[in-house]
Design a protein around this ligand. Structure first.
Ligand SMILES: [Mn+2]
Length: 394
């Protein structure tokens, strides 16, 4: 079986204030070309097709036109699309039957039985004579559908994946499973804006055994977790920290049990993301390097300022004047975070989500403040914060 694996399209994302429709179309054209050339048995899209759970009308149109373009480019390829955490699963499911008529399998959520359990076959797509795709959409850890009525809450996730893998049985044909989550050990570069404490990561063992290839979504940086488990990564850079290359994966599984061979095909972005100057500089110097940009360079630009002093209030206006007439899309002036120097040796380390239950709220705030500003909270701030925490607790 041969499949193409992609995820995290984030259709409808505005990058700062800029519309990205043209960039997404440019991606669809490249992916359509890959499908025409490779003629895979399946194309799997592992979640986050939209950037928002309530996508704009233009984003919805882009989705329909894009998926139809892909379907037309290789009619014999089965397309399987699952919902990610950014998507509304029920919104995607609303058009599930319509897509089925076109041979496209959209799986947004779970259709549950009256006793709360579910038929695992709803997640299984058979690729006739070639293999199986297990299309697991995103569920919050605490909200996995019940594989059996008496299952404990903490066993739900493992029970869900076991039920899906079990329902395929052993037919001797390759099995590809899709999932949208962060697994322990993945490289989350590009997800720096996650809430304090980092993102929740699952142990790979929670996802069961028996797949030949696990097509993951959620993490935007392309990577191999082990010889059977891959993130394709997003096709476009979705933040300035995603300035690396982006790909879709072409996966070949010779037979059931064989290790997959995976080839990355680069998706050339229509516009790149660029930070100038790369390591940051004092404001005037940083603005000068903005002036040095080639007039035809149409990248998204972030100016990185590294200085002790407050950044002048007119800095953005000055930057806009400099780029006037240039093709680039100026996004923002960003202050380079000062190197984190702990001032209070008594502040506890926070490495696990559970640590939050052990540490006093004020110490979490102090730690976060130090990390962000590089300086300790002064007594007045600590007093105000303590008062706020008291009020919240009341
Ligand atoms: Mn995503």
């Amino acid at each position: 079986m041969r499949i193409v694996h992609t995820s995290d399209w984030h259709l409808g994302q505005n990058f700062y204030r800029f519309d990205r429709e043209e960039e997404h179309l440019c991606f669809f054209e490249q992916l359509a070309e890959v499908l025409r050339r490779e003629r895979p048995d399946a194309l799997v899209v592992s979640g986050d097709v939209f950037h928002n759970s309530a996508p704009s009308i233009s984003a919805q149109r882009l989705f329909v036109e894009g998926v139809m373009m892909l379907a037309d480019s290789s009619p014999e390829t089965t397309i399987v699309i699952t919902a990610g955490n950014h998507d509304s699963g029920s919104r995607l499911d609303a058009e599930r039957l319509l897509w089925r008529r076109l041979g496209v399998h959209v799986v947004g959520g779970c259709q549950r039985l009256p006793d709360g359990t579910f038929d695992p076959n709803q997640f299984v797509v058979e690729i006739s004579g070639k293999g199986y795709i297990i299309a697991a959409p995103y569920f919050h850890t605490s909200n996995y559908p019940l594989a059996s009525a008496d299952m404990d809450r903490e066993d739900r996730q493992r029970g869900f994946f076991d039920a899906l893998l079990g329902s395929v049985g052993d037919t001797g044909l390759p099995v590809v499973m899709m999932a949208h989550l962060a697994v322990a050990g993945c490289d989350t570069l590009g997800h720096e804006d996650e809430p304090v404490g980092g993102m929740l990561k699952e142990n790979l063992s929670e996802l069961g055994e028996g797949y030949d290839y696990l097509a993951l979504g959620h993490i935007h940086r392309p990577q191999q977790i082990n010889p059977r488990v891959y993130y394709s990564g997003s096709p476009l850079p979705l933040s300035f920290s995603e300035a690396y290359s982006h790909f879709v994966n072409i996966v070949e599984i010779a037979e059931r049990g064989a290790l997959p061979t995976v080839e990355q095909v680069e998706i050339v972005p229509q516009r790149r993301v660029k930070t100038v100057p790369q390591g940051g500089a004092p404001l005037q110097e940083a603005l000068d390097s903005l002036g040095d940009l080639d007039d035809a360079d149409d990248s998204y630009i972030r100016v990185l300022v590294d200085q002790e002093d407050v950044i002048a209030a007119d800095a953005e206006d000055r930057a806009r004047k400099i780029v006037d007439g240039k093709a680039c899309r100026f996004c923002e002036i960003r202050r380079k975070p000062r190197k984190y120097v702990p001032k209070n040796g008594d502040l506890p380390e926070i490495t696990e989500i559970e640590d939050f239950t052990q540490i006093k709220p004020i110490d979490i705030v102090r730690r976060s403040y130090e990390r962000k500003t590089g300086t300790a909270m002064n007594d007045l701030l600590i007093e105000m914060m303590n008062r706020a925490i008291e009020l919240a607790e009341e």
